[in-house]
Design a protein around this ligand. Structure first.
Ligand SMILES: Cc1cc2nc3c(=O)[nH]c(=O)nc-3n(C[C@H](O)[C@H](O)[C@H](O)COP(=O)(O)O)c2cc1C
Length: 225
């Protein structure tokens, strides 16, 4: 059964614009499936959702880079990071909902990225050929929200280093099959419900494509209506 990992980068749960859209998308994907996809959700802001990646883990990473042995403390930190990566690697497809925070991604998402982005796990490196992504053959949908920023606004209304950074990271780890959908602005918007409906329509169309590819990967048929 194909599996989807949903990564929720908003701590606003019931009030979250991006999480509501992620649920809309996932429901549309499941409706198009000929069998229920396995779904796992990682709420990045839940207490204990992620191990820290600080002094010990950074040192464990540098030990790998420089070909040194890890200390027992570093091995434990590395194993904790590896568990987060295993959950990522096990899925066939990903749904990310990402509110813009101070022009970038929320820190919990950056923490998750810093945990899973390791040599030999999500990327390889060659001294002459450079980096290569190891997460080939997966697909992702990223839902981006921002309260004030929207494409085309004057510079005094902010910048977007969130979707640009995230798109670059997906590509870096080898997930080239990625759709990015934006709901913006969510605060400075006189017709918030109208904008949301448009985005939901976009996501319903994206869900058919997403489910079609998931099914094709497993030789399944799409449900026809
Ligand atoms: C800590 C924080 C920082 C934010 N920074 C920005 C920002 O730089 N630009 C912007 O347009 N909106 C910003 N916002 C607004 C959110 O991006 C916006 O409300 C978004 O719709 C929230 O998505 P969510 O409801 O899924 O959490 C910020 C909100 C928070 C809580």
């Amino acid at each position: 059964m194909p599996s989807i990992l949903h990564i929720n980068a908003s701590p606003r749960y019931g009030n979250s614009d991006s999480l509501g859209l992620a649920h809309h998308f996932i429901e549309a994907v499941q409706a198009a499936a000929s069998e229920t996809y396995e779904l796992e959700t990682l709420n990045l802001f839940d207490d204990g959702a992620l191990p820290t990646f600080g002094r010990v883990a950074a040192s464990a990473k540098m030990a790998i880079f420089t070909g040194q042995e890890q200390t027992p403390e570093e091995i434990a930190a590395w194993d904790a990071a590896r568990n987060v990566f295993e959950q990522f690697a096990a899925a066939d497809a990903y749904v990310f909902n990402i509110p813009m925070w101070n022009s970038g991604v929320p820190y919990a998402l950056k923490q998750w990225i810093d945990i899973v982005t390791q040599p030999g796990w999500t990327f390889g490196f060659h001294p002459e050929q450079g980096y290569s992504g190891l997460m080939q053959g997966k697909q992702a949908v990223a839902i981006h929200t921002s309260g004030v920023y929207a494409p085309g606004v004057p510079a005094v209304f902010g910048s977007d280093f969130s979707s640009t950074y995230f798109a670059d990271w997906l590509n870096f780890v080898g997930i080239q099959d990625a759709m990015h959908v934006r709901f913006a602005p969510t605060v400075l918007n006189a017709d918030i419900d109208g904008t949301r409906r448009l985005v939901e329509g976009e996501l319903s169309d994206a869900a058919l494509l997403f489910a079609g590819k998931l099914n094709a990967g497993r030789g399944l048929e799409l449900v026809s209506d």
